[in-house]
Design a protein around this ligand. Structure first.
Ligand code: PXP
Length: 254
């Protein structure tokens, strides 16, 4: 069994997506965050995108107030821009995850190019860290990116599990197995270089087990699937079932 307890961060962006579809106030992502905390979420994750397509600035402020009053970290996902840096500096969330962002994408596709973007990313990591936020970089499990994350001064890396989930969805078991190996190797390397290891994107009840079983994993950030599943079974039950899958994988790990 791993030495690390495994944390579950619940990404509530898509409650805001549903709200914004009608332009009103319902369902409120902050009410969703509260329900997620009651169901046992260890953290709340929210992505303030440049186009504000789901989470908006006032949501983030209300989420920060809720999380601080519940003593739960808010993990703000953001692009490495000056606008987002300034918002995060003012908000002071306990955690920030820097992600790549392109306007036309449907979701965060691929990891951040930390190796190629050092000069842009490193000063933002430094400013946010000095301001009291624990900074994570959302990367592919590739050695050059892990080393670059260390050089940028990040405390955490979150490995992108989207390609793994996608390969399994497509029934490409061999590809999924090879991506899983890369995730395991990356986790070992990052951990040995002093980085805390998180994983996220595309995780479901069916695919979370092998990722949760990676011994270096400290946190999983899961959104779309649990919010989607909540339509059928309720948010509390969806989060509790996800947690059961994570815990079961952790207990059976060699
Ligand atoms: N982690 C990061 C860094 C992300 O950008 C996202 C998607 O916003 C997630 C985790 C959650 O992914 P999903 O919604 O597919 O569970």
């Amino acid at each position: 069994m791993s030495d690390h307890p495994l944390r579950l961060g619940v990404n509530i962006d898509h409650i805001a997506t549903l709200r914004n579809a009608r332009g009103g106030t319902h369902p409120d992502p902050v009410a969703g965050a509260w329900a997620a905390i009651q169901a046992g979420a260890d953290g709340i994750t929210a992505h303030l995108r440049e186009d504000r397509r789901h989470i908006r600035d006032d949501d983030l402020e209300r989420l920060q107030t809720l999380c601080e009053s519940e003593n739960i970290p808010l993990n703000m996902e953001m692009a490495a821009t000056e606008e987002m840096r300034d918002i995060a500096l003012a908000l002071k969330p306990r955690a920030v995850c820097i992600v790549p962002e392109r306007r036309e994408e449907r979701t965060t596709e691929g990891g951040l190019d930390v190796a190629g973007g050092h000069n842009q990313i490193a000063p933002i990591v430094r400013a946010l860290s000095e301001n009291g936020s624990r900074v994570s970089l959302f990367i592919e499990a590739v050695e050059a990116q892990i080393t670059a994350a260390v050089h940028c001064g990040a405390a955490v890396v979150e490995f992108h599990t989207g390609a793994y989930a996608h390969a399994l969805d497509n029934g490409d078991v061999a590809k999924a197995a090879s991506i899983l190996e890369a995730l395991k190797t990356g986790a070992k390397s990052a951990d040995s270089q002093g980085l805390e290891v998180h994983f996220g994107h595309g995780l479901t009840f069916d695919n979370v087990g092998d990722v949760a079983a990676i011994p270096e994993a400290v946190e999983l950030n899961i959104g779309h699937f649990v919010i989607g599943e909540a339509v059928f079974m309720g948010l509390e039950a969806a989060i509790k079932e996800m947690r059961q899958h994570m815990d079961a994988a952790r207990q059976t790990q060699g």
